[in-house]
Each structure stands twice: as C-alpha cells, then as structure tokens.
Design a protein around this ligand. Structure first.
Ligand code: 13P
Length: 257
C-alpha cells in the first residue's frame, strides 16, 4: 500500500496569537492540496487556538509529561493535550534531549502516557556531528530509537496509524545544512529495517519515516522523493504559510520552486 506523505511543522518556542493567521492559511492551503497529511505542533499556549482553526490539518504538542495529572507544577499531561483536541505529540526531539536531559527511560514513560491518552507519537532520533565524524551514526540512531520504540502490544490500534518516526541529524537542525541524499536514504533504510524487525513486515513497512533538518521549499522535492522518506518534520520553514506550503506541495511530487 503506498504511504500517504506527512509534513509536520514544529513551531518550537515560536508563536503568539499573531501567528494564528499563518495556521489558518496553512489549514486552508492543506484543504486545497488534499493529497498530503499536514500537521502543526505549536507551543502549548497556542494548541487550543490552532486546533480551533484546524479543519484539515492535525494539531499536536511538542512534549508531554511522563506523569499523569497531579502535583507537577509547570508540566502538561498527555490527557490534557488530548482534551484540547490535539492528536499527537513529538517525543525525543534533540532539543529536549539536550536542554532538558531527556533520556530513554524518561521518554519511555512519556510514550506510555501519550499512548494511554490516545495520542499518536512522532518519535525523533538523530546523531550529533561528533558521532557522524566518528562514522558511528547508524549504530547510534538505531540504538536511540530502539530504546524508546513501544512494544507492538502497547498500541491499541494498528502501529502505523499511531507511530511516526522522524530522523533529524542534530547538525542539520537550524543550520541550513542538510544531510546528503545518500546519507538520508541509508539511514531511512536502516530505520525501516528496524521497524520491520520490531513490528513485522506488514506494519513495519507502513510506519512513516520523516526527515528533518533544514528542510525548505528549495530542497524538499529532492529529499521527499527518496525511498523510505515519507514526509518531513520542519522547523524554521514552518513559521510562514508560504514556505511551509511549498514543502507540502513538494510532497505531492509537484515542483515547489
Ligand atoms: P529546522 O527545519 O529549523 O532545521 O528544524 C528542524 C527540526 O528540528 C524540526 O523538529
């Protein structure tokens, strides 16, 4: 079965209510394009308002707590994210791993909370420049991902409906540098093999694997045409409807430029 592409905008710590017009423009353009699944992960403060604009796009959070509701000042529970109508959560982003010391044990607890709340997961992985310079990127990324992948039995519906993986080499995030097509293909191919081992052929082949790291309208066509690249996780270029929709258009196979 061909996989429907998914393009996700991660707004990171950007966006006030002034950005709602961009969310609206993205939603309306996504309705016109139709052939690509489009999603936005705004900061928590905008989740509800972006969700209210969303007729076509899916809305999700950038993180969730490893705990259920209760005395955890400043944290947001997965069930609260689901309560505003959000559908997914990003977990394991390198910025959370780096700035908040998130490790596999914590991320596994977050995954459990998200699944219990009925949220879809976008699990991120990616190596640093130092790891790649040592030539150890494949082993590193596969181990990082394997450590947080839920067991097949933890999913209440089919694995591929709930799980998406995003490969984001740390050195390509926000730097304007993208991995080469050969490097992206090699890594996505290895991730696919891991997913097939973990979930079996039928499900493992249907899980979407996104590429992230300096994706722009100008390079999206080439990246999104690679085998086993089923979409993109976009940071900076998702902050404007015009550039983000250029990437979404590229995911249809049309020329974005
Ligand atoms: P940039 O697209 O700004 O490089 O960010 C990628 C990213 O981290 C998305 O999660």
């Amino acid at each position: 079965m061909p996989i429907r592409p998914l393009v996700v905008g991660n707004w990171k710590m950007n966006g006030t209510r002034a950005m709602l017009s961009e969310a609206r423009a993205i939603d309306r353009a996504a309705q016109r394009i139709g052939a690509v699944d489009v999603a936005l992960a705004p900061p928590y403060t905008l989740l509800h308002a972006v969700q209210a604009e969303a007729e076509q796009i899916s809305v999700g959070a950038q993180d969730c707590s490893a705990n259920d509701i209760g005395a955890f000042t400043g944290d947001i529970a997965a069930s609260m994210i689901a309560d505003v109508g959000a559908k997914f959560v990003l977990l394991g982003h390198s910025e959370r791993r780096q700035h908040h010391g998130e490790d596999s044990a914590l991320l596994t607890a977050k995954c459990r909370q998200a699944l219990a709340a009925g949220l879809q997961l976008i699990l991120c992985c990616g190596e640093s420049a130092a790891v790649r310079d040592e030539g150890k990127e494949e082993g590193f990324v596969l181990e990082q991902l394997q450590a947080i992948l839920p067991q097949a039995g933890e999913f209440s519906s089919s694995v591929s409906e709930v799980l998406t993986v995003a490969y984001e080499p740390v050195w390509a995030i926000g730097t304007g540098r993208t991995a080469s097509s050969d490097d992206i293909s090699a890594m996505h191919n290895r991730i696919r093999a891991l997913l097939v081992t973990q979930y079996g052929q039928e499900q493992g082949e249907q899980v979407r694997i996104l590429y992230g790291g300096s994706v722009k309208p100008e390079n999206a066509g080439e990246i999104l045409a690679l085998p086993d690249v089923n979409g993109a996780l976009v940071g900076g270029a998702s902050l404007s409807a015009q550039s983000f929709m250029g990437i979404v258009l590229a995911a249809t196979g049309s020329d974005a430029e």
